[in-house]
Ligand binder design. Structure first.
Ligand SMILES: [Zn+2]
Length: 393
């Protein structure tokens, strides 16, 4: 299995060697792009990677700046550029044939500070074990947050918006993923309903879980940092100074923390679900659904990101994840199948059949039923309430 392991590099004086290479990569990117643009304008065609590679190799003999980047790293820059063109051409093709495609522009010129990484393949690096790596002639150490496992295929040095450097190993690991059981072999499945009032409600009627709103928690701090930056920019006419750089970094640091916290929470929750269940049923997040959940609160919870994390963790843990169409899951009685005309404000309701439902739990039960029709779990949220008075309570 291929995966990426990412570690933060400790700061050192030698960082500038790495930053120089990132900038060399940007310079090559821009040079190649200019050539390709000219070629495209003249011939309406794309200048292929192989021809570019030869051309750059020749130029590199004279350009000392570019020589900092090994030939394979240069190759990688050109391949990235090529992929970017390919995406653009796919889009153009789709447009012509009237197919749907995500809007994609031509590759763009990049200022060196927005160019973020370079990649080394077989050469130019040596992993020395532990937290030590040699890149070029220099040694670097990184925070060993987890052991480096598997066979390292490529090494990428990345710079984030805060200005910290990271080393990413793309490794091949000899792990056999657990086989996902047959649908009928699932013993303990759960259905989950996504919502805005509670992030997750469960089909077994247990207490719902609310995702912490990390952006909301840091919002004041973030706003203050952003205000400070924009004031400073206004004061010195948008010029980049050491102080504006510091302010920009402060904003980036808060943003990075929010993203990290959110990701940690998502992985933790996904693992907890996989600890307990061998099958998970969720609503598929369609475009309609996302529209319903729009706004800052929903982007703070980041369902679609969570869903992909959940998928990742499930496949690693051998848990079956099923996505179902969410239509009518909250309006259908999970006991008799009756469809009611409920308002969004109806949090709990009683069906004609006598079943009394919590809206979200009922939806979760329906989701579970759709995903695992032979495995309808015990509907914990359901209690038949005999008299009308109890309902009113
Ligand atoms: Zn009913």
């Amino acid at each position: 299995m291929r995966r990426t392991l990412k570690y933060r590099l400790y700061r050192s004086k030698r960082d500038k060697q790495l930053v120089k290479r990132i900038h060399a990569g940007a310079s090559i990117w821009n040079h190649c792009l200019a050539l390709q643009n000219r070629y495209y304008r003249r011939y309406g065609k794309h200048l292929g990677a192989n021809r570019l590679m030869k051309h750059i190799a020749k130029l590199r003999k004279r350009k000392v700046f570019w020589q900092q980047l090994g030939s394979q790293a240069v190759q990688d820059v050109i391949q990235r550029l090529d992929k970017s063109w390919a995406r653009f051409f796919d889009y153009v093709k789709a447009l012509k044939s009237g197919k749907k495609h995500r809007k994609t522009g031509r590759p763009r010129f990049k200022k060196s500070r927005f160019y973020t990484s370079f990649t080394l393949k077989q050469n130019g690096w040596k992993y020395e074990g532990g937290n030590k790596i040699k890149i070029g002639k220099h040694y670097y150490k990184f925070a060993l947050s987890r052991p480096v496992t598997g066979t390292i295929k490529t090494v990428t040095i990345k710079r984030d918006r805060v200005g910290d450097l990271w080393v990413c190993f793309s490794v091949i690991e000899d792990i056999v993923l657990p086989t996902i059981p047959d649908e009928d072999a699932v013993i303990a499945p759960i259905g989950i309903d996504w919502g805005l009032i509670h992030t997750m409600s469960f089909s077994d009627g247990r207490a719902p879980i609310d995702a912490p709103r990390f952006l909301n928690k840091s919002l004041r701090e973030l706003r203050r940092a952003q205000r400070r930056l924009s004031r400073r920019r206004n004061r010195n006419g948008g010029k980049r100074t050491r102080n504006t750089e510091d302010d920009r970094r402060r904003v980036a640091r808060v943003q990075r923390r929010i993203v990290d916290q959110r990701r940690d929470w998502q992985f933790k929750s996904a693992h907890e679900l996989c600890d307990e269940f061998d099958g998970i049923a969720v609503e598929d997040l369609s475009g309609v659904w996302m529209q319903r959940m729009w706004g800052r609160k929903s982007s703070d919870i980041a369902w679609s990101e969570f869903l992909s994390t959940l998928g990742h963790v499930c496949s690693k843990r051998g848990v079956m994840l099923k996505r179902v169409d969410a239509a009518y899951t909250s309006k259908t009685c999970s006991v008799c199948g009756n469809i009611l005309d409920l308002k969004l404000t109806d949090r709990d309701w009683k069906c004609q059949c006598g079943a009394y439902h919590d809206r979200d739990v009922n939806a979760a039960i329906n989701i579970l039923g759709r995903a695992f029709p032979n495995q309808r779990g015990d509907a914990g949220g359901l209690e038949e309430i005999p008299s009308g008075e109890a309902v009113a309570a």
